[in-house]
Design a protein around this ligand. Structure first.
Ligand SMILES: [Zn+2]
Length: 406
């Protein structure tokens, strides 16, 4: 018996739409064979349990945990102008020349496609995506040094602290892991002046982790702010994917590299946290419109689905670690938002031998402007760019030695 191992390599030309596929056949070791059989048994047992009527029990188990992440959130500094609806007082502006027809500069501190606005014949297009929000300081010394404390937005554990400013465009940054409704989410606090926590520290909501600053790229004392992101972790095996793409560059941040954290609309999340209609990250992701989707051959379960099984309608009711049907999918269809956030992953039974790309909302405007460069082309001729391929890889890659279905 042997397993087919798929791995993807980026085409040499960015214009190539399809990824080349390397298929290699690897003989299974006795232990992985044993694993296969035991997992299959577990799955069969699971199916039998479902058949004898414990479906409700499984579903109830999932439902019983309240999805109340929104209610547990607070803003990371004393700047609460967002909750008073005062955008200019809350968001740090970007430096740009005022131009008629474009949004005011403070808009550039918001989440989304808010930067590099250009008036085109298809209307105003903001081509640069901002994955988090930039929060203004509310306290400074006479010389303008910011003094704001930066605090964890929710209970969590510090999983990463970058203390060397030059190693990241985020400058000094901290990542905190939060568990909400059975899935881990990550808040990231960037451009800090100092960090007062260590990896492994447990933080309560509102507990300080450092001071607001202006470390990192493209920032100065005048524009000092905390850049806040809340995101999903794309891949536990990020390092091996990274090495394939950047063989000569060192990844200083392990799996907490910005490439591996897909940021959700944290501004909207924070606005909702103060209102009577709190929003969970999961609901926020589900409500984010898909813009394009790729279909790729399936090899086992995508790692991301172990953390966020709710991304896949076909895994509804499935509890991670309960075994996965080996024949769950012949291919995965991953729907991405305009900014590249995975918003849905469908398990398809139809096979695909190459990467297939489809745009859900075809547009005459260049896709490179609409997707932050993930796609190129326009109309009905979209092309996945090199950074788009990299994104797909970061979601889908798994090391060849991963012959397990746990
Ligand atoms: Zn920012």
């Amino acid at each position: 018996m042997s397993y087919k191992v798929l791995s993807y390599s980026a085409p040499s030309s960015g214009a190539e739409q399809r990824m080349r596929r390397r298929v290699s056949t690897v003989g299974a070791t006795l232990s992985s064979l044993a694993q296969w059989h035991s997992v299959t048994r577990t799955w069969k047992l699971f199916v039998m349990l479902l058949a004898v009527g414990t479906t409700d029990m499984v579903a109830a188990q999932t439902r019983a945990i309240p999805d109340s992440s929104a209610a547990m959130l607070t803003l990371p500094t004393d700047n609460t102008a967002l909750w008073e609806g005062d955008g200019p007082a809350f968001y740090m502006y970007t430096d740009r020349r005022p131009k008629r027809g474009l949004a005011p500069a403070w808009n550039g501190g918001r989440y989304g496609f808010v930067r590099n606005g250009t008036i085109t014949r298809w209307g105003v297009i903001y081509a640069r995506f901002h994955e988090g929000i930039d929060i203004k300081p509310v306290r400074r010394t006479d010389s303008g040094e910011p003094l704001d404390e930066v605090r964890s937005i929710s209970d969590g554990v510090v999983v990463y602290a970058n203390r060397v400013s030059l190693q990241s465009s985020y400058g000094l940054y901290v990542v905190v892991e939060h568990w909400w409704n059975g899935s881990p989410y990550y808040s990231l606090y960037a451009h800090l002046k100092t960090i007062s926590v260590r990896v492994g520290d447990h933080l309560r909501r509102g507990e300080p982790l450092g001071l607001l600053g202006y470390t990192g790229r493209g920032i100065n004392r005048r524009r000092a702010h905390v850049h806040l992101e809340v995101g999903l972790l794309l891949n536990k095996y990020f390092q091996s994917c990274y090495d394939d793409y950047f063989p000569r560059e060192r990844n200083h941040h392990g799996r907490y590299n910005g490439f591996n954290l897909a940021g959700v609309d944290v501004g909207r999340l924070m606005e909702a946290a103060a209102g009577d209609a709190p929003l969970s990250v999961r609901d926020l992701v589900k409500r984010t419109p898909g813009f394009f989707r790729v279909t790729i051959p399936a090899y086992g379960l995508l790692d991301i689905l172990r953390r966020y099984p709710w991304l896949s309608p076909q895994l509804r009711g499935w509890v991670p670690d309960f075994g996965v049907p080996p024949d769950l999918a012949a291919s995965w269809q991953i729907t991405f938002s305009q900014s590249g956030l995975p918003v849905q992953i469908d398990a398809l039974h139809t096979e695909t031998h190459d990467l297939e790309l489809e745009v859900l909302k075809p547009s005459p405007a260049p896709y490179s402007l609409l997707t932050g460069g993930l796609l190129t082309g326009s109309g009905d001729a979209p092309v996945l760019s090199r950074s788009g391929q990299r994104l797909v890889d970061f979601v889908a890659c798994s090391p060849p030695e991963l012959l397990e279905f746990r």
